[in-house]
Structure formats: C-alpha cells, structure tokens
Design a binder for this molecule. Structure first.
Ligand code: NAG
Ligand code: NAG
Length: 366
C-alpha cells in the first residue's frame, strides 16, 4: 500500500512538474495572451472612442471643438527653424529627419547627400532634423553651434530616448503644421537611412505605377491612364490627396515576454495592429499629415511611433499605401540593384551612405 502511494505521488509530482513547466513555456511564448486577445476586425476601438472627423474639421478651422481633446503634445520648441519654409512657392518635399543628439556625423552626411536642399534647381526641397533634450551640456553646446551654422535643427521639450520616439515623431508633425504648412509632401525618416531624392520625387508623381511608369513610352502611359480615369490626368497627384506611404504592415503584436517589442494585453488587447507604415521612412501628403496631426488630439499616446501614426491614420480613415521600394531592412548593395530604391535602412555608417549615394547619383539614380 505504501509503495503504491509512493509511486503515485512520484507520478503526480512528475505530472505537476511537467504541467508547470509547460504553463511557464506557454506563458513566455505568449500562448495565453493569444487566447485572450480581442479580435481586431470585430472589436477594435481605441480611445477616444467616437467619430472624430467633425472635431478634426473644427480644430483645423481654429474653432473650439465640441469634444475637449484627450491628448495634446503641445511641444515647446527651443529651436524651431520657423523661417525654413517661409515664402517658398511650390515647396515640393520636406525631409523631417529623426536624429539623435550625438549623431553629428550622420547629419553632416545627410546634408551633403540626400538631404541637400539644392539637389535640383527646379524643385524646392527642405531638410530639418528632430532632436529632443539630453543630459550632456557639451553636446548641447555643439548642437547650438550646429544650429547656428545650418539652421536645420528642430529641438523640442521631450527627453531624447528610444522609447520616446512617438514624442519625436509627433514633434515633427506639430512642427510641420505650425511652421511649415506649405509643402506638398513630407518624409519623416531616420538618420540611418539611404534615400534617393530623385526616386522619392519620381515615386510621388505616380505612386501606384512606380516604377513601371518610368519604363513606358509617354504615349502608352497617357492611354493607360485615360482608359482607367476619364480625366485628362497629368502625371501629378491632386493637392487634396491623402497619401500615407512607405513599407506597410498589417501585423500582430509581439506577445513573447523576451521580445524587445513585447506588448501586454493591458496596453494593447487586439490581435492585430492597425495597418501602419514602417516608422523608419514614412511619406505624407500635406492633407494626410494635417489630418493625422489633428487626430492626435483624440488618440491616446502609444509608445511605438509607427503604431501610433497607424492609429492616427485609422482614426482619420486613411489607408497606408504600400511600396516595396522602401526597405525597412538593408537592401544589400550592388551598384546595379539600387536603381529604383526609394529608401533603405541600415546605413549607420555615414561614410558608407555617402559613398553609395555618390555612386547612385553618378548612375542617375539618386
Ligand atoms: C512641453 O512644454 C509645454 C509647455 O510649453 C507643456 O505643455 C508640455 O507638457 C511639455 N511637454 C513635455 C513632453 O514635457
Ligand atoms: C519621455 O519624455 C518625457 C518628457 O520629457 C519624460 O517625462 C519621460 O521620462 C521620457 N521617457 C523616456 C522613456 O525616456
């Protein structure tokens, strides 16, 4: 009898042990999270929980909104470059570069390559860098000098750190609306990107047919467009277009506890993110950027900036337009495979970035 009991309890212990271990493993890999998630398609809502189109209109028209805002970034700009875009006719593109305070060399490299404002004599382009606040006084002294010299630093009152990226991006949207509202397009891009300004401009002329349209003879192209759209359409997007584009995803939150991007159910309970564009390189038309900025007054802060921008788009009913010519991981470089690349991540080394850019420029691709 005692022997049986002993065997049983040994067995029970073993079972208990296995059950505990598997529960633990399930937990770490987020299995319970997945079971408890809410359905994005049927159950998604994110505070503020109402239709915000009307209040966005009111804010845009400088009226007092009927519903008080739930969120306001309201940055203080230590450096605002407020004359950057002033009195420019036909400002085509503004690069708003997310940079870290100490990345002086990357900023120099960008100014002399894709961020060069006079790249094309007939296209107005401007470049600014977004920086937050940091501790080291010596770095701030250098930033002050840099700002004097180049007039392209936009510094606002948020602490500059990785998980404050949403503050950085939102300072960019706010800066654009308050100090540079006359551009047709804005590109918010990280300082470790290669960008081809030429391809950004070509892409923006006709995003749905990039790069195919570049290969078609003009006559064919006109036929192609006219057969689909009954207007005498020039190759140019309408001023009211709401374009939010880059490499887009409709993916699931990371639920394993070991992930750098782990998200608890409490923070975000749905099984999918809203559709969003990878945060390293996002392009907005003027209307999209304006609407999304005002939507932020009615969208609870979220710490991942690309998800937050995706939430803003969702609230304003803007669908991201996907383009595979924005590479969110580095596209391995060969002289002849970068012809249509609009942007590529993975250029932490400014010398490498400039070398690639110079080579592509000499080939007519940058
Ligand atoms: C920045 O300053 C403004 C006041 O000018 C304040 O309302 C806001 O909360 C500050 N933001 C942060 C992130 O500290
Ligand atoms: C983000 O910035 C705010 C405002 O400066 C600050 O209070 C907060 O501690 C920062 N968060 C992180 C993670 O650095």
């Amino acid at each position: 009898m005692r022997r049986v009991r002993k065997i049983l309890s040994k067995k029970a212990l073993k079972v208990l042990f296995l059950v505990t271990i598997s529960f633990y493993i399930f937990y770490v890999f987020g299995v319970f999270h997945h079971i408890l998630e809410k359905d994005f398609y049927t159950d998604f809502h994110y505070p503020y929980d109402g239709n915000i189109e009307e209040v966005i209109m009111q804010l845009k028209n400088n009226q007092t909104p009927s519903i008080p805002p739930l969120n306001s970034y309201n940055f203080y700009f230590y450096k605002s470059c407020d004359n950057k875009c002033r009195n420019i006719n036909d400002l085509r593109l503004v690069y708003i570069v997310k940079s870290a305070p100490q990345h002086f060399e990357r900023r120099l490299a960008i100014r002399s390559s894709w961020g060069f404002q006079r790249r094309f004599s007939d296209v107005e382009i401007r470049t600014v860098f977004l920086i937050g606040l940091q501790q080291a006084a010596t770095i701030q002294v250098s930033i002050n000098e840099e700002s004097e010299r180049f007039n392209d630093i936009v510094q606002a009152n948020y602490t500059d750190s990785y998980f404050n990226n949403t503050f950085k991006t939102m300072s960019g949207l706010e800066w654009a609306v308050k100090h540079c509202l006359n551009a047709k397009f804005y590109m918010i891009v990280d300082d470790d990107y290669y960008v081809s300004t030429k391809n950004v401009l070509r892409f923006l002329r006709f995003p749905t047919h990039y790069p195919q349209y570049l290969r078609e003879p003009m006559a064919n192209l006109k036929n192609l467009i006219q057969s689909r759209v009954p207007l005498n359409l020039e190759l140019e997007l309408n001023d009211n277009v709401r374009l939010y584009t880059g490499y887009s995803f409709h993916s699931a939150p990371h639920r394993h506890l070991t992930s750098k991007w782990y998200i608890s159910l409490k923070e975000y309970p749905w099984h999918l993110w809203p559709p969003y564009v990878s945060g390293g390189a996002m392009v907005f038309s003027n209307q999209a950027l304006t609407d999304m900025y005002y939507a932020s007054f009615y969208t609870l802060h979220f710490r991942f900036d690309d998800i937050y921008v995706g939430l803003l788009a969702y609230k304003t009913k803007i669908e991201p337009f996907h383009s595979e010519y924005f590479h969110f991981t580095k596209k391995s470089y060969y002289k002849f495979n970068y012809g249509y690349v609009v942007a590529s991540h993975g250029y932490e080394d400014p010398k490498e970035m400039v070398a690639v850019w110079n080579e592509q420029k000499s080939l007519g691709n940058a």
